[in-house]
Design a protein around this ligand. Sequence first.
Ligand code: ADP
Length: 333
Amino acid sequence: SPVSPAPQDDTELAIEGALRPASLDAFIGQHKVRGQLELLLEAARLQHRTPDHILLSGPPGLGKTTLAMIVAHESNRPLRLSSGPAIQHAGDLAALLSSLTPGEVLFIDEIHRMARSAEEMLYLAMEDFRIDIMVGKGAGATSIPLELAPFTLVGATTRSGMLPNPLRDRFGFTAHLEYYDAAELEQVVHRSSLVIGVDLGPEARGEIARRSRGTPRIANRLLRRVRDYLLVHQVQSDVQAVSAALDLYDVDAIGLDRLDRAVLDALVRKFRGGPVGLSTLAVAVGEEADTVESVVEPYLVRIGFMGRTPRGRIAMPEAYAHLRIPHSDGGLR
Ligand code: ADP
C-alpha cells in the first residue's frame, strides 16, 4: 500500500508541528531571508548577546512561525508564543514581558492587531528592556520602572503596512516572505510525504505543488487530503489519484479554492471587472475584508489575475480566461 499506518498522534495540529523544519538548513526556499537570518544569529552568538528583534511579514502559511521557532532553536533559547489579539491591554503585555527568562525569544503573531496602549509599552521594552508600570490614578498616579530580561522579539504580520512606523523602526531586521515557486513546493511536499509516510512519485508531488497557491501550509494540507484519498480508495498513488483527491476538495487546476474563485467571479460578473472597493467586494462574497485583503488578494495579484488601483480592485484579462468568460462582455448587465 502507498500509505503506511498513521502516526500515534494523528491530529492535524500535531502533524503540522511534526512537519515544521527545525533548522535553517531544513527550511526550504526563501534563500535571501535565510542567509540574512543566519548572519544575524551568528553575529549575536559571536558577541554573546541576544539577537536583534526580527519582523517577518507575508501572507499566512509561508513559514513565519516556523522561522521564529528556528531562531529560538538555532540560538539555543527558549521560545514564548503569543499573538496580537491576545494582547488587548498594556497589562497583558507587562505580564508577558516581565515573565520572560533571559535571552528568551518572544514570538508575537499578528502583531498589527495588538492594542495601541500595549504598542507604546513595547517600544520601550524593545529599546531598553524596560517598561514603566503605571500605579494609581489621576493626580496621584506614578510610574514605576521595571527592568526586563533581555529578549528577542520576533513579530509576524500579514500586513506590514498596518504597523505604525515607530514600531516597525524598532526591529533590527525586517524580512518579507514571498510565495514559493513550484520546485520549492515540490520539495516541501517531498519532505512532508516522507514524514507522514505517503509514497508519491515526482509527477504526483508536482501536481500537489502546482495546486498549493505558493504556500507550504496549503501544500501540507493538500498532501494530507491526498493521503486520506489513497487510504480510503486503495488506489495507485499517481497523478490521477492526486487530481481526483484535489478536485474533490474544490481546489482547481491552478490551486484556486472556492473563496478565490468567488472573489474573482464577483469581481468579473457582479462588478463588471471593477474597479470596486475592498469592503464592497468582501461583502459580496460574505467574507471579512481582512481575509480578502491578506489571504485572497495577494495571491490573485501575484498571479496577475487582479490589480489594485487607487479607485479599487480590477480584474485582469487572465482572470476572464481562467473563468472562461469573454473579456468584452464583462459579465451580466
Ligand atoms: P505562518 O506562520 O507564516 O502562517 P507557518 O510557519 O505556521 O506559517 O508554516 C505553515 C506550515 O508550512 C508549517 O507546518 C510548516 O511546516 C510549513 N512550512 C512553512 N515554510 C516552510 C519551509 N520553508 N519549508 C518547509 N516547510 C515549511
